[in-house]
Design a protein around this ligand. Structure first.
Ligand code: NAP
Length: 247
């Protein structure tokens, strides 16, 4: 049996790392997805889907599957699973590595207003605005209170019920998005403000670049603190650390 690496995923980086490790003899990467979207993007390697049942469930999984190393390559805002990973790895005595892509940094022309969360972002948008919400559907509740703003909401899967109580239009789409496409979308809907999380990475960057090109203000939600322990910021670094730790 090869050395088993469990990669907590849901990001492009997790898939890229899994595929690189899968090409190495004697390494068996497995990606874990939460199952939030109806159809998961293909990871290219063995994949399991669904929660583990908290830190305890994850710890049992690590032991049962004889996982040699746990890589937390989840989204920078996915805090619960990252906290569970810390506790589970410790309980199971399995080493853990965090792959966390760097946050975006503002450049000349960006009009950014840093906020601590969705409620603060909702409060910042002026009445009468037309704002683009590029957030996950589970983070939309605070925007319902702003009936004096028109919202363009983009989610991966079409919803079964309206996502907001405020005036809005829901569109669907899965990244990566192009700069030209994001500029066109924002122009078509006469968007005046963007609300986004500082997710980092290339796939979601186009909306930030589009807002700069159109001189639109961005309410940008700051990241939570990174999980404790060793952190790398690129797939290549993660690959080297994983291979080094198995020798
Ligand atoms: P979260 O709030 O940190 O996690 C909530 C629960 O979902 C966890 O306690 C765990 O359930 C389950 N879970 C989360 N990630 C999992 C994974 N990779 N494999 C198995 N179970 C997982 O997570 P979230 O913010 O909802 O994100 C869920 C997934 O979507 C993550 O994989 C993340 O990388 C991806 N994602 C998140 C965002 C975002 O904006 N947060 C954006 C893009 C992609 P149990 O306790 O039962 O194990």
């Amino acid at each position: 049996m090869g050395r088993r690496i469990l990669i907590l995923g849901g990001t492009g980086e997790a898939n890229a790392l899994a595929q690189a490790l899968g090409r190495e003899p004697g390494i068996e990467p497995m990606v874990s997805l939460a199952g939030r979207t109806r159809q998961a993007a293909s990871t290219g390697v063995q994949t399991r889907v669904g929660g583990f049942g908290g830190a305890e469930g994850l710890s049992s999984f690590l032991a049962e599957q004889r996982i040699a190393l746990l890589v937390d390559a989840t989204h920078p805002f996915a805090c619960r699973i990252s906290t569970n990973a810390v506790d589970a790895a410790q309980a199971a005595g399995v080493p853990r590595l965090v792959l966390l892509r760097p946050a975006w940094q503002p450049i000349a022309g960006d009009i950014w207003h840093g906020v601590g969360g969705e409620a603060e972002a909702a409060a910042l948008i002026p009445p009468g605005s037309r704002a683009f919400l590029a957030l996950g559907r589970q983070h939309l509740a605070p925007f319902s209170a702003r009936g004096d703003v028109w919202w363009l909401v983009r989610v991966v899967d079409s919803p079964e019920a309206p996502l907001l109580e405020a005036p809005h239009l829901t569109i669907t789409g899965r990244g990566p998005f192009s700069l030209a496409g994001e500029v066109d979308l924002m122009k078509r809907h006469a968007i005046s403000h963007l609300v986004a999380r500082n997710s980092g990475g290339e796939g979601g960057r186009a909306k930030i670049d589009a807002a700069r090109e159109l001189s639109l203000p961005v309410a940008i939600i700051s990241r939570p603190p990174p999980p404790p322990g060793p952190v790398v910021s690129t797939v290549d670094e993660a690959f080297d650390r994983v291979m080094g730790s198995l020798n």
